[in-house]
Structures are given as structure tokens and as C-alpha cells.
Ligand binder design. Sequence first.
Ligand code: NAD
Length: 292
Amino acid sequence: MQDFHIGKLVVVGVGLIGGSVAAALKRERLVDRVVGVGRSRANMQQALSAGVIDEQAQDLTSAARGAELVLVAVPVRQTASVLQQLRQAVADGVIVTDAGSTKRDFVHMARDIFGSSVKHVVPGHPIAGAERSGVAAATADLYTGKRVVLTPLPDNENKFVERVASMWRACGANVIQMSPEHHDAVFSAVSHLPHVLSYALVELIASRDNAEELFSFAAGGFRDFTRIAGSSPEMWRDICDANADQLLRDIDAFQQALSLLAGYIRSGDMDKVEAVFAAAARARNAWVNSLK
Ligand code: NAD
């Protein structure tokens, strides 16, 4: 943690994810100056008054001049326009990284926009978060003990990857690497699909005529299953769009799994239902125990 120090850090999108990086580095006094670039005036005011950023910049292109590192932490559909504004900085050697939940789209965009300067761009995704958004939800502890996936490009020099990795380690995270393709397949299954299911279930209940009554009886299980349906709709719309091919494969697989169970229930084959539940319970308990 001690071997990292940065002069000027620019955070584009000072929400939960970007704000938490700034808060962690500032708490450890590992950054001299954080310049924030944002979309919502109220959120940026809050970031300034909470001391998460030192300065707010209106113009990203000039804010990035002289920065050591730029962290892009906006909903993924915003990334292309943000990267366009970073062309000069990247050509000048400023390191750019991101926190987006999908990686193949980021890599394509970065290659298209930066050409050979893409060697300064290191894609990343912190495996930490919450269903809350905005800088009000940011915390210096968000990344403690969590993992960050980097999906480096063959063009990246090792020193750029190492610089980004050490920033995340300075925030308390463990850094691992994988390919963008593998990343998008893994997180489609364990993150993107569950969010779609959770939103779909809540919407199914909410659209019924007796929704009020149904919600009044919903208890702990419903609350656990649907916590993530409180997440930012914009963020999750963008993730579904960016990872659509992989996500649709997982939705199909889930529909098949559901059809299989429905078939067992319809035919009264309750031994098979129990066997599916037992296998799932074993897998779930083993996973939870492995986290301890
Ligand atoms: P957030 O809504 O809390 O913050 C995003 C911020 O970006 C907002 O303050 C918004 O005003 C700002 N913004 C939007 N468009 C912008 C633009 N064009 N220029 C500048 N600022 C802009 O969202 P978040 O949870 O911090 O997510 C940020 C990124 O991190 C997303 O790409 C998301 O996929 C990824 N991510 C989120 C989580 C999570 O659990 N929330 C986890 C890992 C990665």
C-alpha cells in the first residue's frame, strides 16, 4: 500500500465507484489532488463539500492535462464520449483506466478512439459495489478485501498495468487479471443475470392489481432476493446493452432451468424438485463457507 502515491488524479463520474476510490486514496494521503468531472451539479457539490474531490472541472480535456491518471467511472454507455475527450491526454502519455462492469465494449471503444496510444489505457472492473448510487453512497472502505479485475491489452506496457494495479491495492483491493471475453462471460452469469431476474420479479409483483397487498406480505426472503432491484436503472440498462450476447445466452439457460423445474412440478415429480433444490443448497452453502 505504501509504494503508491499520485500527484493529480482525475475522476470522471464521481459516484459510488469513482467517489470511493478518491475517498480511499485521500484517507491514506496517497493522492495530492483529485479533480472531479461530473454530470450532475448537485452530486458534484456534494463531492466537493464532503472533501472527496478537491476541485471540479467543467472541461475534461483540459482537466486531464498534467494528470497522472484518469479514472473513468460513468455508466458504460457514457464511456465513448468520455474517451473522445481524453484523446489528447492519452496521446501525451496520461494513463487512463475505467471501472465499467463490461469489458469487451470498453476495449473496442478504446482501440477505435486511441489507435496506437491505447497502450496507456488499462481496462478494469472493481468487484465491489452496492445498490446505492452517487457520491453520497461512496465510502473509503468499499474496496477493502474486495477483488478488482484488470483485463490488460497486449499493447499495455507492464508499468502502466502495474500503476493501475497499485492504485487499486492502495484502496485495499486484491487485483487479478483475465481476458475481456472471459470477464464478460463470468459476470454475465453471476452479476448481470441476477440483476435482470431481480428487476423482473419486482416488476411482475408491482404490476399486479393487488401489488400493495403482495408487498405488505413480502418478508426476508423477498427482501434478500430483490435487494439489487434497487440499483441504478441507467447503469443496468447500459450493462445489459453492452453485454447483450452473453446475457441473452444466460437468460435462455435460465429459462430452460425454470422450464425443467416447472415440468417436474406439473407432473408431480417432487423427488426431482427436491434433488434440484438439494444440489443448489449444497452449492450455495459451500460457496458461502468458502467466503469465510
Ligand atoms: P453512480 O451512478 O453512483 O455514479 C456514476 C456517476 O457518473 C454519476 O455521478 C453521474 O452523474 C456521472 N456521470 C454520468 N455520465 C457522465 C458523463 N458523461 N460525464 C461525467 N460524469 C458522468 O454509478 P456507480 O455505481 O459509481 O457506477 C459507475 C461505473 O462503475 C459504471 O460503469 C458501473 O457499471 C461500474 N460499476 C458499478 C458497480 C456497482 O455496484 N455500483 C460495481 C462495479 C462497477
